[in-house]
Design a protein around this ligand. Sequence first.
Ligand code: NAD
Length: 359
Amino acid sequence: MRGQIDAFTYNALPARIVMGSGKRKEVAAEGARLGCTRPLIVTTPEQASLGDDVARQFDAGSAAVFACAAMHTPWDVTQRALDAAQSVRADCVVAIGGGSSIGLSKAIALRTRLPQIVLPTTYAGSEVTPIIGETRDGQKHTQRTLEVLPEVVIYDVEFTLSLPVALSIASGLNAIAHAVEALYASDANPVTSLTAEEGIAALRESLPLVAQSPQSVEARRLAQYGAWLCGICLGAVGMGLHHKICHVLGGTFDLPHAQTHAILIPHVVAYNAHAAPHAMARIARALNAPHAWTGLYNLAAELDAPRSLEALGMPESGIDRAVELIMQNTYSNPRTPDVHTLGQMLLKAWKGMPPEPME
Ligand code: NAD
């Protein structure tokens, strides 16, 4: 018999998912399904040529490429993209890239209601969440609204083959962090928990293969599948202490998004261990490890991922300031954080020491 099923609420999010090698060639067909023929294609400067390739699927002169997406969705970039969308009379947005390109697409959709077709090239998961974070006057504002949820997501594994190994690993561990926190979320439910466990297991299996053979389509496909599942978790339930810490550290010390997640998740899991034993058991099972926290730390070590905040350039003197900010309206978390133990945990993560459950 299965374990007891408690009362729960589950919000299914509407999205059409198209997965497969070469599916990027179906952007125009997906646009036609939505009644759209004039896309504004948004991407980063480094990925501009991918945008040009996709533009060729549309009638001459009807698709425009805006290749200026940047991390944390800066407001001035969004303004310029909105001007571009208006001047070409865009009837949809196509985003190609990671969270930065997808963030820009969401920012445009929020203000224009244009439908979105999104082609992810990292494992960040933004494509399946109703979440948008935008930066204006140095402040990042995050909100949840269905108005930014992309209508169509096309996962073409071939777009991920060029993702550098170090970034693939950090991005994959970032994805695992979404699923880990979903397993102990206050609004966890059987569907997201199932999704989370499968997502962690898929990434646990695929990331070492990606590190070994970055051009392996099989490995990349499994990693992309795992990242999709982890993204669903991020979009479906509330995140906890780990996401709050990453938000604070990223914003205060300008630390890179995916790497900060990769370093902290084993430590936050150890911190929460006693308060969420069922989630810990499921994480450990998905990782095929004796404990959730050792499984996560050892995976990062096996993948040679960054393990210390010091290595990312955070000053040790910043820990006290970080604790102060984290304690201000902290997210829902199985364990209520306190200044002392939070400081201890951050010091361990700063030094890159192995995590241990904390009393
Ligand atoms: P990113 O989109 O910033 O990409 C990082 C760099 O990698 C860029 O220079 C990009 O051009 C390059 N790149 C991406 N894919 C590549 C590929 N396949 N090959 C070669 N180069 C490639 O990185 P990210 O980690 O995906 O996104 C981070 C941003 O997304 C942050 O701003 C974060 O806050 C946001 N985010 C939002 C959500 C959400 O639900 N709203 C979820 C996760 C992340």
